[in-house]
Design a protein around this ligand. Sequence first.
Ligand SMILES: Cc1ncc(COP(=O)(O)O)c(C=O)c1O
Length: 372
Amino acid sequence: MPKIAYFDNSGTTAVAKEVLDEMIPFFSEKYGNPSSIHAMGDAAAAAVSGARKKVAAALGCMPSEIIFTSGGTEADNLALMGFSSEKKKVITSAVEHSAILETCERMRPSGYDVRILPVDRDGRVSASDLMKVIDKNTALVSVMTANNVIGTIQPVAELAKIAHEHGALFHTDAVQAFTKTDIDIANIDMLSISGHKIHGPKGIGALYVRNGVDLRATMLGGGQEYGRRSSTENVPGIVGLGKAAELAVSTMRQDIARMTRLRDTMIDGILTIKGSYLNGPTDGRLCNNAHFGFGGIKGNDLVLALSKMNIMASAASACSAGSTEPSHVMTAIGRSPKEALSSLRISSSRYTTDDEAEHLLTSLPKALASLR
Ligand SMILES: Cc1ncc(COP(=O)(O)O)c(C=O)c1O
């Protein structure tokens, strides 16, 4: 039996050893401020610049189009609150992360007309629903690349094209999707990523901003990050994000294939348990996500029962873990509050082993039996 079977990788991931090794000198030896003009400042600035190139290469953009932030949340906030437009309509979807939905709510009192697109039973936004609400007054459309709860991959290329045809900008939250599915930034104006979902550190993320997009800083001060995000750079974090992106991309094809195989083994195995069903799609789903409902139990109780067996999973998403409210994603796909609260998210990573999957498959029926 593995010591710990970790299936909460959509919540956060282990920092890869190679990432940690590259970060460590920037805490205690190479601790210069990138803005300082002396040699130590230069070394820190060079490290930041190297990491920016790596993140840009992973996304297929120019280094100058990458703005480092404190995480995916800040990248989402910056995209929504920083874009500049005379137009006042913003369109997003019902299954976005709260970093998007809460920010949209905050924009309403400033006169923004925020429209929330529905999703189908698989959690997917449709182009036809976007067509119904988009018009020439639309400033921005923001739809996530893949969902953090049920793993649905959205048709972002199609949605972005529609946004552009109407003169609107297109932003996507790719925090869960980055390095787990192909991302084509061709029609994307802004895109958010986060370090700790890709075996990088917590507290670092980035916003890709296509050259030419008028994005104003929301954090004002020393003018770092091309004047778009002030504050002394988190050099170790930035170095870590750069390395994590480089590493993930270098093995992305084989990792996706392996995670897909593991996911499907777990889906097949878990669906043999009486009363279980899959939430989210069978096709067009993140390679590392499986999300189930089980009649007659509470998801949080199941997470705790599994934890006693050294299996770490989650009921919905880590940021809403422990919540007694049904996930907005589950209600958006038409699940009842009761169904929404009886669910379990299994999310793997490139380091998840067959042993961990086996441990989960043999333990889950016992955990369920103990609760029923
Ligand atoms: C889809 C999505 N967006 C944004 C975030 C927030 O990222 P961070 O934790 O880096 O602020 C998360 C984290 O769970 C996420 O899953």
